[in-house]
Design a protein around this ligand. Structure first.
Ligand SMILES: [Zn+2]
Length: 77
């Protein structure tokens, strides 16, 4: 089973869960406070190549790029 990362929207605890793919998009229960946790895509980023061959980040693929935390409340990632 693949591992998915989740972050608790209440206490900001980040944790990993082994789940079947069919349940990956469902919310998880925080192991600390048992509130709802949301799945995070910590290592995912999108790139595209333009005609000049330069690799540029797709605009908007990572709205949290200026933020170092997965638990940023501003960008809600
Ligand atoms: Zn929590």
């Amino acid at each position: 089973m693949p591992i998915y990362e989740y972050v608790c929207s209440d206490c900001n605890l980040k944790f990993e869960l082994l789940r079947p793919l069919s349940e990956a998009s469902q919310g998880a229960s925080c192991p600390r406070c048992h509130n709802n946790a949301k799945r995070v895509f910590s290592t995912f980023s999108s790139f595209t190549k333009d005609e000049s061959g330069l690799t540029t980040r797709i605009a908007g693929s990572n709205p949290c790029s200026s933020c170092s935390a997965f638990t940023c409340n501003t960008c809600n990632l």
